[in-house]
Design a protein around this ligand. Sequence first.
Ligand code: SAM
Length: 270
Amino acid sequence: MENSIKAKKKFGQNFLKDSSILTRIIQSMPHNNNHIVEIGPGLGDLTQNLVKYKDTTAYEVDTDLISILKSKFAIEIHSERFKLIHTDVLEAWDKDGTLHEGKYDLIANLPYYIATNIILRAFEDVNCENIIVMIQKEVAKKFSSKVNEKEYSSLGVMTELISKESRILFDVPPESFDPPPKVMSSILYVSKDTSVELDKDFKKFLKVCFSQPRKKLSKNLSSIMNKEFLSNIYNELDIKETLRPHEVSASLYSQLYTKVKNGKHKRNSK
Ligand code: SAM
């Protein structure tokens, strides 16, 4: 490995070495004038391809990699085509609320230990328009899942509501990385519908809805509201009492949430 850098497990470091995969990621980039944000540039193999096409900002937490990247991209940093930020990306989001002041697309081979968190933060970031990220295949299936599918859960519901389109572009086997991860990976593509903002408590509501995935949704909801309130909402929305969490569409979850939120004051009263 380059400069005899040893991959650090604690930072989820699996460096992508297959140039055909790098090419396919670049070919999947949306055709627009957006800035690019990369999380975890690592040794800079994907970065090198990104900066050829667009101005790019990258967030890297590992001090050892920062010095390698600074010398590798000295020209691009000097000409301001490439901005390298040495920080934990989640802290950057906490501090600034966005990873770039202006429309951007997130393109990255994510550290898997925080991939779900990163994608959910990107959903909330109003400047982020498109997401093309390499993550664990199982997680990618959850994000891109649709109603009635086995993997459909709160991540699928949120993705459906926040996006115009979401799908897995292709799979990437462990051999494409150094060191190889234990799991199969996939490239997830999400084109956000920027007119949509999810309410901050919606995620908590979905957690309740999917708390016991095989039980009826009404059973799960009964933990946060009384029977009468629940049956009124079901009647108003014409929901079948027997439905299970994975059988409810994202738009119906959204309507349910609005009703529950608006009736908060009476949902627990007798
Ligand atoms: N982009 C490189 C590639 O494709 O070969 C490396 C990808 S590697 C899977 C994940 C990268 O994310 C590593 O460079 C790691 O140091 C970095 N990373 C891990 N946690 C991070 C965090 N909290 N904030 C920013 N970067 C992080």
